[in-house]
Design a protein around this ligand. Structure first.
Ligand code: NDP
Length: 312
């Protein structure tokens, strides 16, 4: 096995990239595993208007790319591999990689983010890419002059429906309650959009398909119980995310929703030397800026931990 690394960072959203920048500048030569979706959720979004320092807004992929280049400039070593398993039972920790190799490290920073949730309906996974999507930014373009339904009542649902309306003829937002949890500016923007209509207290119960893919959906009015079939070209899920922690195999404490538990104001996990930052440990704020901030905290804690325990 190769030499023991000081810092391994798993995941490259704003949290992992900020941790990479800080640990690289602290001369810790971090190795960063990029995972299945390098850049994370920001690479699937367009305008980011709330990241400080960009008065005109910035494109999500550009922001990520800049963060990556900045960390690289100070020596962060990016590898296009996924961590498949970890052994945290003793230090140095062992991380198994998607190329079957293993690497050892004194500290690990987990920044693997969270993945889109599905409704759990029959055929939804096989229809993904054939009418069903979890990424409006990736797939909205394909729905020019089409009819689209978006499920969810949060900021993602508002942002997605607004984005898709640039292409689609009509967008219906299907929400299970009679009020939205999205922020006011996002709601106002969607409500003002003439192409967007809301189906309140409604749930999708079935997907109907043909050889081309999704053909229609069955929706149930939760108040009346009435079920209706609605023709649609696309169905976008915007119902939240699940933290990516499977590879940890229950070695790290998580909360009731599966998000990694950190210690009070610190990014430390229950295993000394293992830190968590970004959406994998944050079910509340979930912003690029808070993820970046927590990545900075994880890097500083890793640096101080290494000083405390000594490197050898
Ligand atoms: P949220 O968890 O905020 O919202 C998920 C929505 O999906 C809720 O309305 C929820 O309904 C609904 N939902 C969940 N499960 C189901 C289900 N099984 N069936 C039907 N509906 C379901 O997730 P978001 O992805 O919208 O947002 C996550 C975070 O990211 C938030 O903090 C948000 O502010 C932020 N964000 C910010 C953006 C920006 O600033 N540009 C853009 C996008 C997201 P219910 O309300 O009934 O629970």
């Amino acid at each position: 096995m190769s030499k023991i690394q000081d810092v391994i960072i798993i995941g490259t959203g704003p949290a992992g990239l900020t941790a990479a920048l800080y640990t690289a500048r602290a001369d810790l030569a971090p190795i960063v595993f990029e995972g299945h979706e390098p850049g994370g959720q920001l690479t699937l979004t367009t305008d980011v208007e709330n990241f400080p320092g960009f008065p005109q807004g910035v494109q999500g992929p550009d922001l990520i790319n800049n963060m990556r280049e900045q960390a690289k400039r100070f020596g962060a070593d990016f590898r296009q591999l996924t961590a498949t398993e970890v052994d945290l039972s003793k230090s140095p920790f062992t991380i198994k990689l998607s190329n079957e190799e293993s690497i050892q490290a004194r500290t690990i920073i987990i920044s693997t983010g969270a993945s889109a949730k599905f409704l759990g309906l029959d055929k939804e996974k096989e229809l993904t890419g054939k009418g069903v999507s979890t990424c409006a930014t990736c797939d909205g373009f394909f729905y020019r002059d089409k009819i689209v339904h978006v499920v969810g009542g949060g900021d993602t649902a508002m942002e997605d429906s607004t984005f898709i309306s640039k292409f689609a003829k009509k967008v219906y937002v299907i929400h299970r309650r009679d009020s939205l949890r999205a922020s006011k500016p996002m709601i106002d923007r969607a409500m003002k959009n003439e192409k967007i209509e809301f189906l309140w207290e409604t749930q999708v119960t079935k997907l109907n398909d043909n050889e081309q893919g999704l053909e229609s959906i069955v929706v149930k009015n939760l108040k009346t119980g009435e079920e209706t079939t609605r023709e649609t070209d696309g169905l976008f899920y915007a119902i939240g995310h699940t933290p990516n922690t499977a590879f940890l195999n229950n070695q790290i404490d998580v909360d009731d929703h599966g998000f990694i538990q950190t210690q009070g104001k610190y990014p430390d996990t229950n295993v000394p030397g293992v830190f968590a930052c970004g959406d994998v440990q944050d079910s509340y704020f979930r912003q690029a800026i808070t993820a970046a901030g927590s990545g900075c905290q994880a890097a500083i804690r890793a640096e101080r931990y290494l000083e405390e325990v000594g490197k050898n």
